[in-house]
Design a protein around this ligand. Structure first.
Ligand SMILES: [Mn+2]
Length: 488
């Protein structure tokens, strides 16, 4: 298949004609969604509907799908996206007293609170784990985990919302691509999708929004030049400057230039692409999965060729940027295809990237009491130096940097300015088998705070006045957790 001497690479190819055979549990889940959709459609058209979603890529995607569906039905609604469902949000909802509340990508973790605070019809469209609770009839709890489906892998909040909206009207299948983007944002794509996500992808392909093509999966490959992509990608070891990238291309007879400008990936011939892929895989032979840079790419075919929105991965990053920079409505506008908001969002993405660089710069120059490096952990005590919605991004970047040892916990904490502090925990290297949500909850509980999230990315909220005590306990718990990891 490839030139002699190059390693064989398996390329995943997607067949849109796949026939889906659903398990009994999936069918029961669909039946419940149908029933909930029917009860939603029986609501009077004059009802005031209040949408509340998580503020990350998945939550914004979910919200956008719902906005489109409700607009089609001529329902009136207001919306907000929040970092977490806290007491303040419940008080606000109680004061507003809408006719209906719809939670997306959150709510399952607080079933009892929802039941205690909200007497009106409530729809929870979520995929997070939950502890069983007795819930009253006014609450419709749509969650795949209740049907032994894997909410952490095979469907996200936007996916659950999509299935619900598809049950409201088949027309809404034209939003399937947004649910795929939500799943990518929630890291459910792993060289393809599993379970319900596969069906949603199939809807997105059939509606002509997404094309799946095998290729190189390097960030920014659609928008940046080949040289810049190679230079800045952490996936290609040994290339960190423009001249190294140029040399790398020239060594395999690929001209990096087209006239006076740099070539892009889309300018390459099939033959050149094969050569490039093989060389990059060769370069990665020391890594765990050298061929992991090759796989399905999800192309949003209706977007401009040089737009960051053309690649589902970059689209997901843009939605995360909107959430973290406090511009959720911009993200929703992009999802429902508002061209004016699209160009604004792309500008925002660029300033988000600059903000990330500034945060990294602060981290590198931070004082001793701001970055604490212990055995098995790094604590970033950012106080007011990093905005709280970006502390998780900073922790992720630090965890991914090559000079941090595998299995090191990275905890970042910063002030929210309302008397609380937000913290995030990540771990470097393979996150398989880690349970960061449990670690987050354990540390937070020592100071009566709240912690949770995913196994691979977690965080929480504590009172700022208890920060010192929290950090003391965090050091102890993280050291212990990293030791247990070594023993396993
Ligand atoms: Mn989610």
């Amino acid at each position: 298949m490839f030139n002699k001497g190059f390693p064989a690479i398996q390329i995943f190819i997607y067949f849109p004609s796949t026939v889906f055979l659903f398990s009994m549990s999936a069918q029961k889940f669909f039946a419940y969604i149908e029933a909930c959709a029917a009860s939603f459609l029986s609501l009077p058209r004059k009802s005031t509907i209040r949408l509340v979603s998580h503020y990350d890529c998945d939550g914004i995607s979910a919200c956008a799908i719902m906005v489109k569906a409700l607009s089609r039905l001529n329902y009136r609604f207001t919306l907000s996206s929040v970092p977490q469902l806290d007491e303040k949000t419940f008080q606000k909802l109680k004061a507003e007293n809408p006719d209906v509340v719809v939670f997306m990508d959150l709510g399952s973790g607080q079933l009892e609170k929802v039941a205690g605070h909200l007497p009106m019809p409530v729809f929870i469209l979520d995929h997070h784990q939950f502890s069983p609770a007795k819930i009253p009839d006014n609450i419709m709890h749509v969650n795949p985990n209740a049907y032994s489906l894997k909410g952490s892998e095979e469907i996200c909040g936007a996916g659950v919302t999509y299935l619900f909206c598809k049950a409201l009207s088949k027309e809404n299948t034209d939003m399937a691509h947004i649910a795929v983007i939500g799943a990518i944002g929630d890291v459910q794509e792993n060289h393809g999708f599993t379970g319900l996500n596969q069906q949603i992808l199939s809807d997105a392909v059939n509606s002509g929004r997404i094309e799946v093509e095998p290729g190189l999966r390097l960030f920014g490959i659609n928008t940046r030049s080949l040289v810049k992509t190679l230079q800045f990608s952490s996936e290609v070891p040994g290339i960190s400057s423009e001249s190294e990238a140029v040399q790398f291309l020239q060594e395999m007879d690929i001209n990096p230039r087209k006239g006076s400008s740099w070539r892009k990936y889309s300018d390459l011939s099939q033959h050149e692409i094969k050569k490039l892929i093989s060389s990059i895989v060769m370069n990665r032979l020391d890594t765990k999965q050298p061929e992991a840079v090759v796989g399905p790419r999800y192309i949003l075919v209706q977007e401009n060729r040089d737009s960051p929105l053309r690649d589902a991965k970059e689209f997901a990053t843009l939605l995360n940027a909107c959430g973290r920079m406090g511009k959720v409505s911009l993200g929703i506008g992009v999802c429902i295809n508002d061209s004016r908001l699209k160009s604004k969002a792309i500008q925002l993405l660029n300033s988000y990237k600059r903000q990330i660089l500034r945060n990294l710069e602060w981290f590198r120059q931070a004082k001793k009491d701001e970055v604490i490096k212990g055995s098995g952990y790094i604590i970033i005590n950012a106080r007011e130096n990093v905005i709280p919605t970006m502390i998780g991004t900073l922790a992720s970047m630090v965890a991914k940097s090559p000079d941090v040892k595998q299995g090191t916990y990275v905890l970042g904490i910063s002030h929210v300015l309302d008397g609380t502090s937000k913290f995030s925990i990540r771990v470097s290297g393979d996150t398989y088998g880690s349970s960061l949500n449990e670690v987050a909850s354990q540390i937070a509980q020592t100071v009566d705070g709240y912690g949770g999230g995913h196994s691979y990315a977690a965080g929480g909220l504590i009172q700022t006045e208890k920060e010192a005590e929290f950090l003391k306990n965090a050091r102890k718990i993280l050291r212990q957790a990293s030791m247990e990891e070594l023993v396993q």
